[in-house]
Design a protein around this ligand. Structure first.
Ligand code: CP
Ligand code: NVA
Length: 330
């Protein structure tokens, strides 16, 4: 029987089988082809989605908005200041109201329980646009990008350098395990994924011919690696007082020319973005003034170099989010 995820929420990749994830990736590639060929695909005409953002966003919001419009859907955007949720109205009541008006809800915020509860109470598909724990829509875009580079991704090694217990690193570990890739978390001991998630992912990886490795040694992380991946050293929602400590812990894991040279000449660089690779941001400037750094998690030469694929990834957010909405709402 074919894969059918109609009516399902997309909250974390642990909820989806390898076949279901592969189906979404194939659908994403097909939507990308249609978009590139200029072929209209308004398959969800008349459906409505509401986007709830409790944290800021460029890519996720724009990807949802453009994808929804390409599919013929109506879109409402709500930021924390413009809804009653949590202040004058409980999460459950908000979810019930939105479920009466909309066919789907996207949520970006803090606790994973919030997005799980929205799905529980709204009765419509809910999409996780990033929580403190997971960033599942990002994963489809990332893996589509890896597939575009390598074709068959099984056995390919992806190493995440940096804060290896953040939402993006957690999600990469899950998706690599589900798809039979080799995932390596490379960072300081203090910033490794939880034992519980590692145990679960190792079990999943074993079933799919993948591997999970944790190391604090950049040489081990970079060895035979096909994808070098990094993300911000302090994530949204974390205290800015953490910068000093994180810089001290994570500077050795900065993705720079020397680190890339420990991998292969064909290795690609990936980043979910946004990124502090230069001094063109206010935060980048502040960190420079306080700690003297010119770049943080990745240096400008790598970011602008031939191996970098972060803007393909960013574009793929839109094609993959379109696939998720179509597959769950058709
Ligand atoms: N990668 C990503 O989720 O970007 P935004 O925070 O801009 O949505
Ligand atoms: N780990 C980052 C990802 C941003 C897309 C954050 O949560 O801020």
């Amino acid at each position: 029987m074919g894969v059918n995820i109609s009516g399902r929420s997309f909250l974390k990749l642990l909820d989806f089988s390898s076949e279901e994830i592969k189906y979404l990736l194939n659908l994403s590639a097909e939507f990308k082809r249609l978009k590139m060929a200029g072929i209209s695909h308004k398959h969800l005409e008349g459906k409505q989605i509401v986007l709830l953002f409790e944290k800021t966003s460029t890519r996720t919001r724009c990807a949802f908005e453009v994808a929804a419009r390409d599919l013929g859907m109506g879109v409402t955007f709500l930021d924390p200041a413009s809804s009653q949720m949590g202040k004058k109205e409980s999460l459950a009541d908000t979810a019930k109201v939105l479920g009466r008006m909309y066919d789907a809800i996207e949520y970006r915020g803090y606790k994973q329980e919030v997005v799980e509860d929205l799905a529980k109470y709204s009765g419509v598909p809910v999409y996780n646009g990033l929580t403190d724990e997971f960033h599942p829509t990002q994963m489809l875009a990332d893996i589509l990008t890896v597939q575009e580079e390598y074709g068959d991704i099984r056995g390919r090694k992806l190493t995440f350098f940096g804060d290896a217990r953040n939402n993006v690193a957690n999600s990469l570990m899950v998706v690599c395990a589900k798809l039979g890739m080799r995932f390596c978390a490379c960072g300081p001991k203090e910033l490794m994924p939880s034992d519980e998630l590692v145990k679960e992912c190792k079990k999943i990886a074993k079933e799919n011919g993948g591997e999970i490795e944790l190391t604090s040694d950049i040489k081990v992380g970079a060895k035979d690696c096909d994808v070098v991946y990094t993300d911000l050293w302090v994530s949204m929602g974390e205290d800015s007082a953490l910068w000093e400590k994180r810089i001290a812990l994570l500077e050795p894991y900065q993705v720079n020319k020397e680190l890339m040279e420990l991998a292969k000449p064909t290795t690609i660089f990936m980043h979910c973005l946004p990124s502090f690779h230069d001094l063109e941001t206010t935060v980048g400037q502040e960190i420079h003034e306080k700690f003297g750094l010119e770049a943080m998690e990745v240096t400008d030469d790598v970011f602008l170099g031939k191996q970098a694929r972060q803007f393909d990834e960013a574009e793929n957010r839109m094609h993959t989010i379109k696939a998720v909405m179509y597959a769950t709402l058709k």
